[in-house]
Design a protein around this ligand. Structure first.
Ligand SMILES: CC(C)=CCC/C(C)=C/CC/C(C)=C/COP(=O)(O)OP(=O)(O)O
Length: 316
């Protein structure tokens, strides 16, 4: 079982205020993931909000308008905050509410905080303008910026006592992160191109005649853009299928949280598959009522049961 060191550590008023700050950040900014996080009981919801607020800060440094050298300095500052949390040097009087909340969450749950260093590594890869030749190369980046978030989240969720195969939970959480990140890369292909970033592997782009880039509302002339998108959608679906093996290992509400996060992104993938060029016209998104429907479905355990049935069939 993962997650046995949870203590009943009391949350003081300053710690609760720090968590409230992180929950407000999550409610405002996590347009998709907030639907899942809301399904958790308060201690896990607060811990996930602390993780989200810290990750948002790192991501915003990378995506913001600061000069690159300032971004490098700001990222190093976030590493220092992490190191201070590791050393137990952040207490409730600290002026940084995200650090206070994360330090408390890390005392309460076995969160592998090194995953946040990996996230910073990933954003530093962005700053260096790295591009990726192959899917194996891109996977290294995705593991840093998304697989790590899956593994960190698993520290909060824990696994069910006695769950068979629980030792593979970190691997499944990582894979689910990759599925989400590849979906995110497809959805944001034009926005990233306009920001001078290409994430899709160069050898895939070449195979479908798309090496010229995606800076406009229509595909590069002579390319098979739909072929490229369908190829990457199939890859993302295979990652979702593998990552969904995490669900039966979690308690009901953690499973619901993951099912909602992944379910919303899977529906984005469905939309992208139906109309690949939509990602060049604007940002593909789901209406709020559809996201709420996916979250309720997650709470009723439909996705977890589906995965369990498939796993049983596979073993038979
Ligand atoms: C086990 C488990 C919980 C796995 C999931 C891990 C996870 C949440 C990875 C996040 C990767 C991702 C696509 C971030 C984009 O965030 P964003 O804020 O830019 O997303 P948005 O643009 O869709 O709002």
């Amino acid at each position: 079982m993962i997650g046995t060191v949870e203590s009943s550590e009391h949350a003081s008023a300053p710690v609760l205020a720090a968590y409230s700050y992180c929950e407000a950040v999550t409610g405002r900014q996590a347009r998709n993931f907030a639907y899942g996080i809301r399904l958790l009981p308060a201690p896990k919801r607060r811990a996930m909000s602390a993780l989200y607020a810290f990750s948002r800060r790192v991501d915003d440094i990378g995506d913001g308008a600061l000069a690159d050298d300032v971004k490098v300095t700001r990222l190093e500052e976030t590493r220092t905050v992490l190191a201070r949390i590791h050393e137990g040097a952040v207490d409730e009087d600290d002026t940084d509410p995200v650090a206070v909340a994360l330090a408390h969450a890390a005392r309460r749950f076995p969160i592998p905080l090194g995953g946040l260093d990996e996230l910073i590594d990933g954003v530093q890869m962005d700053l260096r303008g790295e591009t990726y030749e192959t899917w194996d190369d891109l996977k290294v980046y995705c593991r840093c910026v998304a697989g790590a978030i899956g593994r960190l989240s698993l520290g909060v969720f824990g696994t069910e006592p006695g769950a068979r195969g629980a030792e593979r939970a970190p691997e499944y959480a990582d894979t689910l992160g990759l599925a989400l990140q590849l979906t995110n890369i497809l959805r944001d292909v034009r926005e990233d191109a306009e920001g001078g970033r290409t994430y899709l592997p160069a050898d895939d782009l070449a195979k479908f005649g798309c090496s010229a880039g995606f800076s406009g509302p229509t595909p590069p002339v002579g390319s098979d853009f739909a072929g490229l998108v369908h190829f990457e959608v199939r890859r993302a679906r295979a990652l979702f299928a593998e990552g969904y093996r995490l669900l039966p290992l979690l308690d009901r509400r953690s499973g619901a949280c993951v099912a909602a996060m992944a379910g919303i992104y899977r529906r984005l993938l469905d939309r992208i598959e139906r109309d690949p060029e939509a990602v060049l016209r604007g940002r593909v998104s789901l209406p709020g009522r559809e996201k709420a429907y996916v979250a309720v479905r997650g709470l009723s355990g439909l996705d977890a049961r589906h995965v369990t049935r498939r796993a049983v069939r596979r073993r038979a």
